[in-house]
Design a protein around this ligand. Structure first.
Ligand code: SF4
Length: 220
């Protein structure tokens, strides 16, 4: 971001970036497999420190055995651990799945709540997970900030923050709500494929004209 870039200029630039990303990644669907809001919530909990591909290998057996909050709340936590072991941090994740399912059964009659305020009260659920569920299971605008979104948004000069909640707030100010869900997903895809962590592929990046850090070697 140029030091003196006005808010209006940044909003305009964010709009151009969103349009370019929409051309590059028209689908913008979450890459986790799910059939219900609960299954997306569970898969997103499992995706912490794990690839979506690995989660998608694990969830078919998990959801066959425990397809909904009711079944998961009643599960033996050791059995949950066994089913999710290859996603890493499996003890914590198994506990979170069971505890979140229990709360959903007890407080929300077995239905995943469709609001940020309620979702973040569930064990193991932060704003990132809640935004994924809101955006992709309920069609409610949600701007999920993961490591890719944080890094690419920073490089693009759309935020100077490192805290995910503050990055989310910055990005929400730059784009209309109806673009939040897809924009987040597209930044993730761009971060995986082009604006990669170690050595961004600026020479092949379609955002060059709107990126203030192009060619700078030492940035986050
Ligand atoms: S130009 Fe380089 S730093 Fe900027 S978004 Fe593209 S890959 Fe990332």
């Amino acid at each position: 971001m140029a030091a003196r870039e006005s808010k209006a200029a940044r909003v305009a630039r964010a709009g151009r970036i969103a349009a370019t990303l929409a051309r590059l990644y028209p689908e913008a669907r979450v890459t986790l497999d799910f059939k219900t809001p609960w299954q997306l919530l569970a898969a997103t909990i499992l995706s912490a420190q794990c690839t979506d591909e690995r989660v998608n290998v694990v969830t078919p057996a998990l959801f066959r055995r425990y397809p909904d909050p009711q079944a998961t709340a009643a599960a033996d936590v050791r059995d949950l651990e066994r089913l999710v072991v290859t996603t890493g941090f499996f003890r914590q994740k198994a506990r979170s799945l069971k505890a979140a399912a229990k709360q959903i059964v007890e407080r929300y009659r077995g239905e995943v709540p469709a609001s940020m305020d309620e979702l973040v009260k569930l064990p193991g659920v932060g704003r990132k997970t809640a935004n994924v569920v809101l955006g992709h299971a309920f069609g409610i605008p949600g701007l999920a900030v993961d490591t890719h979104v944080g890094r690419v948004a920073y490089r693009l000069g759309l935020t100077r923050e490192s805290d995910p909640d503050k990055i989310e707030a910055d990005l929400r100010e730059l784009l209309p709500p109806e673009q939040w869900t897809a924009f987040s997903m597209r930044l993730i895809l761009h971060g995986r494929r082009v604006c990669v962590a170690r050595k961004p592929r600026c020479a092949e990046c379609a955002l060059v004209a709107d990126c203030p850090t192009t060619g700078v070697s030492n940035f986050r």
